[in-house]
Design a protein around this ligand. Structure first.
Ligand code: ZN
Length: 163
């Protein structure tokens, strides 16, 4: 009886040991300890990473998610500022382009209308300037003629040929 019981015990503990080994084997295959929270979790709770021996990363998905969330919150201001700066830059370049174009057009119109309004005065002033600086103007013109003698000659010849 006692012998039988002993035999039974041995057999039972063998089975138990086998079961324990099998459980451990399954554990090492299907479970992994997270290097961040230290919890033993199913292998499916770890993201795939072919660089690792067991094809999984060392940090569980929960910790990973928390890490990226923490990163986001810690750097939220930085990220937001960066995004805003980028948007502002884009807006500004468009704004300046439009502003320049509108401004150019406006300046052209302004200059044209100013000229129209002041045509007489401008002519008068030019004439006055010419009268006041007649000699200088004539001297400049003479100098220009002297400088461009050949050009003028050629121009006149071509003009005559045309006419
Ligand atoms: Zn974890």
């Amino acid at each position: 009886m006692s012998k039988k019981s002993y035999e039974f015990d041995t057999r039972y503990s063998d089975v138990e040991q086998g079961l324990e080994e099998r459980k451990n084997r399954i554990k090492t295959i299907c479970f992994k300890t997270c290097s961040k929270c230290g919890e033993i979790k199913s292998i499916f709770k770890f993201s795939l990473d072919k660089r690792n021996l067991d094809d999984r990363i060392g940090v569980c998905k929960v910790c990973r998610g928390r890490e990226s969330l923490e990163y986001y919150y810690q750097n939220r201001d930085k990220i937001l500022i960066r995004n805003k700066e980028y948007q502002d830059k884009k807006d500004r370049s468009v704004y300046f382009k439009d502003y320049r174009r509108e401004h150019e057009e406006r300046l052209k119109k302004l200059a044209a209308s100013w000229y129209r309004k002041n045509k007489k005065a401008i002519k008068k002033r030019n004439l006055q300037y010419y009268e006041e600086h007649k000699e200088a103007c004539q001297a400049i013109r003479g100098l220009w003629r002297e400088k461009n003698k050949e050009k003028i000659k050629k121009y006149n010849q071509e003009y005559k040929a045309k006419v």
